[in-house]
Structures are given as C-alpha cells and as structure tokens.
Design a protein around this ligand. Sequence first.
Ligand code: ACO
Length: 191
Amino acid sequence: MEFPFDINQIFTERISVLDQNLVAGRWTARRPDLQANLATVIDELGKASAKAQQLTAAVTSASKLQTQRHQLYLLKDGESSGGRGAVMGFLKVGHKKLFLLDRQGVHVEAEPLCVLDFYIAENLQRHGYGLELFNFMLQHKNVEPGRMAYDRPSPKLLSFLEKHYSLTQNVPQVNNFVVFEDFFFNRAGSA
Ligand code: ACO
C-alpha cells in the first residue's frame, strides 16, 4: 500500500511494533505531522483488512488502538515507491478473557493472547510475508501458535495456520474464537 508521504520517515524498522501510544520510530513522538500520517496508515490498513474479510466495520483503527491494550506489528517494504517505502501488511494481537470449552466440553476460563486482525496487501499475499510477520510476533511475545486463540479466523488464516504450524484440530467453541487442541495440552484444570 502506497501513501502520499514518506513511509520510511514514520517506520524506521522493517517491522514496527505499535501500541496505544501510537509511536513508531524515535521521531514520531515529537512530530504531530508524522503521528497524523501514522494514524492514516493504520486507518487505511484497518479498512483494507475489513474489506478483504467482507466485514461491515473495521476491527482496526488508530483510535481503537489508542484505547485498547493491543499490539500491532506493521511490515513495510523500505525500498519501494522510489525509496519512500510502502506498507505490506499488519498483524494485531491482544489478550482477551475467554470462556472456552475443552475437548471434554468442560468450561475453561483463560486470558490467552489472541490474533485479532491480520492482513497482507492483496498483491503480496502468498509470498511468505504473513509468515515473516507472524514469526516475528511469536518471537517477540515468546508464544506458541497453538497456545493462542483466533478471533473469527478467515478461511485464508485457517489455511495459513495449517500450512505453517500444522494447526488442524480445532476444539469447537460457542463464541467466535477458534482454539486448537494444543491450547488445552498441559493446561491446569484440563487434560
Ligand atoms: N487462499 C487460500 N489460502 C491462502 C490464501 C488464499 N488466497 N492466501 C494465503 N493463504 C494461506 C495458504 O495456506 C498459503 O499457502 P499456499 O499458498 O501454499 O496455499 C499461505 O497462507 C501462504 O502463507 P504466507 O504467504 O506467509 O501468507 P500471506 O502473506 O498471504 O498472509 C494472510 C496470510 C494474512 C491470511 C493473507 O492471506 C491475508 O491478508 N488474507 C486476507 C485477509 C484475511 O483473511 N486475514 C485474516 C483475518 S482473520 C483474523 O485476523 C483473526
């Protein structure tokens, strides 16, 4: 995704980690103009993701990020757009208190790290960029994909999880979240 401003000036790293402070590189905190552009990038990514998932409203926006304790990993290509850089996609995660059913149908209360939104620009999908972003987050959070919960995963995300992490056996839930068998393995209160 290209923008009419310099992406490399806002996001200094290939992958930036954003939270409610909406600060990326060392300059954004002191530059309201860069912060405004950063908010535009997040809003546009949120809209593109919602469109790709055929959702009526965006799950991700700058204002939502400012009020929720979530983290957003943003991937850029610093070389494109004549050196100004372009945004390739993002992954948003956060903890949620969930009431889940284990394999035996027993209720388990947990607050796992959840995948809340995930999007790679249409023309860049299936090139391994989603995997790069996801693996970065796993390392940054020191978490296994099977220990996470997935909020209303799209068929593409389910296929992604099966291909890269061999996650196939999901345990049926009564909410919109999907968890896999590994989630309950060695978890206190269920076996
Ligand atoms: N159709 C089916 N499977 C797909 C597709 C597609 N069009 N695109 C990616 N995948 C899955 C497949 O398993 C694919 O492997 P394959 O090509 O061998 O079949 C694998 O992902 C490829 O891995 P990456 O290249 O690393 O993934 P990518 O960079 O495409 O990112 C993502 C995956 C984020 C799901 C991307 O396809 C995307 O943005 N899709 C549209 C938005 C979306 O559905 N996001 C998830 C919403 S649900 C949520 O966030 C909780």
